[in-house]
Each structure stands twice: as C-alpha cells, then as structure tokens.
Design a protein around this ligand. Structure first.
Ligand code: NAD
Ligand code: NA
Length: 396
C-alpha cells in the first residue's frame, strides 16, 4: 500500500513507517556525530515515542549506551489503517537499539494509570534492578485520574480576559485574527490536573516505594515559557498554571528523594513543532517567525539538538547543573535571547497572509509538521509499497 498524508483539521490521520524510521535514524546519526555523553545508564522515559521524549530516549541510548524503557500511548497498525507515528518511531528505535546491542523495551498504555505504573515497576524489577534517570515528557489533553476515576480535560485558554491576536493556519498560510475567550469554571484546575506535576510525583513515589531508584537518581520534566507575544495564551494562561505546578513539583520531588540523594529538575525547552504545539492557537505563527530568525542566525534547533545540548552541556558535564533563579534548567536560552525576541516581535507586527511565506518560515513549519508523521524525508521512496509491519515484533 502507498501511504500519503491525510489531513483532518490540524492533525494528520496517516503516518509513514519508513519515514518514521528515517526520522529515528536521522536523530540517532546526529547523536552519534556529537560523541559520547557520560550520562545515565538505566533510563525510564515516560512519553518516549515522539517529540522531546523520543529525542531523550535516543540521546540516552545512542549518546550514553543506556538501557531504556519507554512508556507511551500510541496506536498499533490495524486493518487498512496506519499506526500512529509514535508507534512506528518506537518500533524503529527498538530495532536500532537492539542492533546496537542495547536493552530497549516499551510499554504502550496510559501512563496516568496505576496499571501501567505497576507494569513498569515489574519490568524494571525483572530487567534492570534500579534506574538512574527518569525523563517525564508527557503531553496529553486528558487524564483519567487513577484514584478518583474522574476524566479531566485540559484547555488552552487565557485567564481573566479574552485574548485577541493573530494566528496562522499553516496549511493554507492564511493569517487571521482570533479571539480566545477566557477560561471559566474548573478549567484551571482541570488543566493543572492533566499537565501539572501530580502524575510526575506519583511516578516518582511509586518508583521510590518499590526501591527502584539508584542512589543519586535524577528525574527531569519539560516546561516552556516563551515570549510576550504568546504569554496570554501560554505562560499566563491555563497551561502556564500547569507548568507553574510542574516546576514547583520538582522541589517537592527533590525533597522526597533526600534519602537517596536524588534530584528533580525541570528543563525549559524551546518552542518546536510537535503534535502538542500545533494544536495551540497563536503558537504556529510565533514558531514560523522564530524559525526564520533562528535559522538565519544559525541557532535553530530541533528536539534532538535541544536534548543533546541538555544532556551534554547541562545535565552530564561532571559539574553542578546550571539553573536559573527559579531552579530551572534553561535550553530555551537561544530562543529567549533579547535580540531574537525583538526581531520576532517586529516581524509579528508586519506578518499577514500575503507576506508570511517571505517573512516567516512557513515552509519550515510545514516540513517539520509532515516530518512528525514520517512524510517528507529524503531517502524514503514514498511511491513504494510501505511495509506497515516494520518492527512490529518488537512492540508489546
Ligand atoms: P509530544 O506530543 O510529541 O509527545 C507526547 C508524548 O506523551 C508521546 O510519547 C505520547 O505517546 C505520550 N503520551 C501522551 N499521553 C499519554 C498517556 N496518557 N500515557 C502514556 N503516554 C502518553 O509532545 P512534546 O511536545 O514532546 O511535549 C513533551 C513535553 O515537552 C511537554 O511537557 C511539553 O509541554 C514540553 N515542551 C514542549 C515544547 C514544544 O514546543 N513542543 C516546548 C517546551 C516544552
Ligand atoms: Na515527548
């Protein structure tokens, strides 16, 4: 069967196994080209199949020869339907890791549930004994709370007043003004419950109680701050409250790990095209302008470059981990550079449907978006019959 991208709204409902494999191979090659990192050797990545989590798993495995367990929530291929990209990515990752002689196993299910936490604990006990790095990289719109049974939905809304600004439909290139109504009712609480730190601390407590954390174990979760242009809908909005909570949770986890001298960090990462960020209004316009500036400056990074820098220049240098005044690791430093932000803000005022392809990097945005689903990679013959079952034996 020949697989083509099929769009429904802002999501692509198909994905290409060979292209996803190519994506993983490219990331592995990048990590190998950068040399070894004296990092953790037994690593659990929660949210390991796409975006920053996949990049983290690849960096641990191919940068530090680590054994990795990856947790994710992805769809396997079924009759006439492709798998979700994270499923193909993970199949390709496991195949490559096994070829390199590295331990790699995955658990596909709801990381918020007690069952998946228990399965993970059983697998670590059986195979690895103790782990020394836990990357927490979930991005989800919903969370079924494991103790109350309540299904919480996160929202991406401003707080207090409505927010009006420009956004772009990156498929058509059309720039329009949108108004987002402020949150109401339990929106903040629900968003904090889904994307805040509670589940991260539940994971860390469960691992600690099962005595699966090695002395000095480190855990890292990912956050975002971003610019003044997006703060009403992002950092000062409902999702920002969740990130505040996540960042605060790092301190309570560190306290809870005192007996093993463990440490929890939040790393603030750069804005990138992922399935999660494409769904946030205003952000795609910001990203397309940011990409243009950062590519011109030579400071543009994707997920893999970000995580390679996080590991090699922040976490595993042999020195103290550098943090900002709020205790956060910053690899969004090049995005947040004042000159970069000033240029993006200047372009923002001018950007419209007619000039965005010139002013911004709409092409780069689109390419990254299609890449998420395994489309648009050099070295992949998209006219060939795609073997949907690539790597199927390696995912449980
Ligand atoms: P992503 O959508 O690419 O990855 C999300 C991962 O979570 C996938 O592996 C998915 O399978 C997994 N997942 C989702 N729900 C799950 C569930 N219930 N059970 C198990 N696994 C589940 O997202 P991303 O952009 O890489 O985001 C990861 C983190 O990085 C988030 O905290 C996000 O806020 C943060 N971050 C993102 C950006 C950005 O611009 N994309 C910037 C800075 C920080
Ligand atoms: Na991720």
């Amino acid at each position: 069967m020949i697989i083509e991208p099929r769009m429904r709204g802002f999501i692509c409902t198909t994905s290409h196994p060979k292209g996803c494999e190519q994506n993983v191979k490219n990331q592995i090659e990048y990590i190998q080209s950068k040399g070894k990192i004296a990092g953790a050797k037994k690593v659990l990545v929660i949210g390991a199949s796409t975006g920053f989590g996949l990049a983290s798993r690849i960096t641990s495995a191919f940068g530090s020869d680590a054994a990795t367990i990856g947790i994710f929530f992805e769809k396997a291929p079924s009759e006439g339907k492709t798998a979700s990209p994270g499923w193909y990515n993970s199949a390709a990752f496991e195949t490559a890791a096994h070829h390199a002689g590295l331990y790699a196993k995955s658990i596909n299910g709801d990381a918020f549930s007690n069952e998946i936490k228990q399965q993970t604990i059983d697998l670590i006990k059986a195979d690895l004994g103790q782990i020394d790095l836990i990357i927490y990289s979930l991005a989800s719109p919903v969370r079924l709370h494991p103790t109350t049974g309540v299904l919480h939905r996160s929202v991406l809304k401003p707080i207090g007043e409505k927010f009006t600004n420009n956004t772009v439909d990156f498929h058509s290139g059309k720039v329009t003004e949108i108004t987002i109504e402020p949150c109401s009712g339990d929106d903040i609480e629900n968003t904090v419950t889904v994307m805040g730190g509670e589940d991260w601390s539940m994971w860390m407590n469960a691992l600690k109680d099962a005595d699966l954390l090695a002395p000095g174990a480190t855990t890292v979760a990912y956050s975002y701050i971003g610019s003044a242009l997006t703060e009403a809908v992002y950092r000062n909005g409902t999702i920002g409250r969740a990130k505040d909570h996540l960042e605060a949770t790092a301190f309570s986890i560190t306290d809870s790990l005192a007996a093993i001298n463990g440490k929890a960090y939040v790393s603030v990462n750069k804005a990138l095209v992922t399935q999660a960020s494409s769904a946030i209004p205003v952000i795609p316009l910001y990203i397309s302008l940011l990409y243009k500036i950062m590519k011109a400056e030579g400071t543009h990074e994707g997920c893999i470059e970000q995580i390679q820098r996080l590991y090699a220049q922040r976490l595993f240098t042999g020195n103290e981990v550098p943090v900002d005044e709020k205790g956060r690791i910053r690899v969004d430093d090049w995005e947040m550079n004042a000159a970069v932000q000033a240029q993006v803000a200047a372009l923002w005022k001018q950007a419209n449907t007619e000039n965005l392809a010139e002013l911004g990097d709409l092409e780069g945005y689109r390419k990254d978006f299609y890449n998420l689903f395994g489309f648009g990679f050099d070295g992949v013959d998209y006219t060939a019959d795609a073997n949907e079952l690539v790597g199927i034996e390696s995912i449980k």
